[in-house]
Design a protein around this ligand. Structure first.
Ligand code: FES
Length: 103
């Protein structure tokens, strides 16, 4: 399973996220308030809406369409109408680059 360089660590502000498209799939990459990085599916599991257009608050991302929420560390759906969890991928920072382990 390869680690893929997705972006510079500085491309993402604290408590924010960006969209990352790779190999025909869309991901969301997050930087937490304490500078850890996380990666989930890019689309909300309620409807196919890009979470990158949503809002990050602490360790939660809020979908922009119906305000469903997910804990982006675990992918867990924590507020309706989102009820199906997001997939998550391991991240690491190497030489200032955020890398994602894609399986
Ligand atoms: S599309 Fe995300 S909560 Fe409905």
């Amino acid at each position: 399973m390869p680690w893929i360089a997705a972006c510079s660590a500085d491309d993402i502000d604290n408590e924010d996220l960006i969209r990352w498209d790779h190999a025909g799939r869309s991901y969301a990459i997050y930087r937490s308030p304490d500078d850890d990085y996380f990666c989930t599916d890019g689309f909300c599991t309620h409807e196919a809406i890009h979470l990158a257009d949503g809002l990050v608050m602490d360790y939660v991302v809020e979908c922009p369409k119906h305000n469903g929420q997910f804990d982006y560390r675990s992918g867990e759906a924590v507020r309706l109408p989102a009820c199906k969890n997001l997939n998550t991928w391991q991240t690491r920072v190497e030489n200032g680059q955020v890398e994602i382990l894609i399986d």
